[in-house]
Design a protein around this ligand. Structure first.
Ligand code: SF4
Ligand code: SF4
Length: 304
């Protein structure tokens, strides 16, 4: 039973993050076509009919706002058919405009923004394609969302650089005022991250625990709680949870309709599950182990 579907609506992006996981796979692709998107909707229609349960669809890329027209078409088509789909978007926020923000608000879509830290950290790790800093545009995007009363979740890739200033990211989240949660993503050696040093559990634990204490200090001062996704996850499911992708509950669809258990495994032939248009396509549980499980489970081990 699939309940989380990540859809890459484009391989294009206006940033050039040093660790971009999409390099070598989805980033070599163009935009998803409406034909492929319609097949995804068709698949979702069968899923939600058969199982009578809502499915979360998260738009990603590349930078998904570069193919906003397709997102709009997919949401409108699914709403016309009353499909029980909860939409989310994971964006770098640099391309948000007042018009797009108004539209996101109208659709009641969940918004995740990628941000690795204060400007000196984020600009070093997530520059624009021409090498110029991107953080001020990200902040402007988050402020546009705040002006419309919208809250965001921040997603931060943990690298040696972002860990060094993690406490300041917490301060920044409180300063922004409309950040309700943070997801940490321990860097995995994929795509552009292949040459970046892998982090030890000790260094991650020390900095992440300090960041949680920092957020508690702000909570005591302001009354506003910042949710840490890994803490919530462990509270809900315990420390022994398996990865949702490998339990067959999540899939990733690339711009050509190829299906993998997770964006991190895109392009790896042995994890290709089929194409979204294949009638025979079924999400399946894997008996083999994801090569990145160590990084993905690290925060669960630290929590508690
Ligand atoms: S914003 Fe995402 S897709 Fe774009 S370069 Fe950064 S990691 Fe890659
Ligand atoms: S363990 Fe592997 S499949 Fe699961 S979320 Fe992590 S990278 Fe993806």
């Amino acid at each position: 039973m699939v309940d989380f579907v990540v859809v890459a609506v484009t391989g294009r992006c206006n940033l050039a993050c040093r660790y971009c996981y999409g390099l070598g796979n989805v980033r070599n692709q163009g935009d998803m076509s409406w034909e492929t998107a319609a097949k995804i909707l068709n698949y979702l229609k069968k899923q939600t009919n058969n199982e009578c349960h809502p499915v979360v669809v998260q738009f990603t890329g590349g930078e998904p706002l570069l193919n906003f027209a397709l997102i709009e078409k997919m949401i409108k088509a699914s709403r016309e058919e009353n499909l029980p789909i909860i939409f989310q978007i994971q964006t770098n926020a640099t391309l948000l405009t007042p018009q797009i923000v108004t539209q996101l608000k109208e659709w009641k879509i969940g918004i995740g923004v990628s941000l690795d830290g204060i400007p000196s950290v984020n600009d070093a790790m997530r520059p624009s394609r021409d090498g110029s800093p991107s953080t001020l545009q990200v902040v402007r995007g988050i402020e546009l969302l705040k002006e419309e009363g919208l809250y965001v979740n921040i997603t931060t890739v943990l690298t040696r650089e972002s860990l060094a200033q993690l406490d300041k990211l917490i301060d920044m989240a409180y300063y922004l005022g409309n950040v309700k949660g943070i997801s940490f993503n321990v860097m995995r050696p994929i795509g552009g991250a292949g040459n970046i040093p892998v982090l030890s559990e000790q260094e991650v634990a020390r900095k992440v625990k300090s960041a949680v204490r920092r957020a508690q200090m702000h909570k005591d001062l302001t009354g506003h709680r910042l949710n840490f996704k890994f803490v919530e996850r462990v509270k809900k499911y315990g420390k022994k949870i398996e990865c949702a992708c490998f339990r067959g509950r999540a899939i990733f669809v690339d711009t050509g309709g190829r299906v993998y258990p997770c964006p991190s495994l895109a392009g790896q032939e042995k994890f290709l599950m089929g194409n979204i248009e294949e009638e025979s396509f079924h999400a399946k549980q894997y008996s083999s182990v994801c090569p990145y499980l160590h990084q993905c489970r690290m925060l669960d081990r630290i929590a508690g």
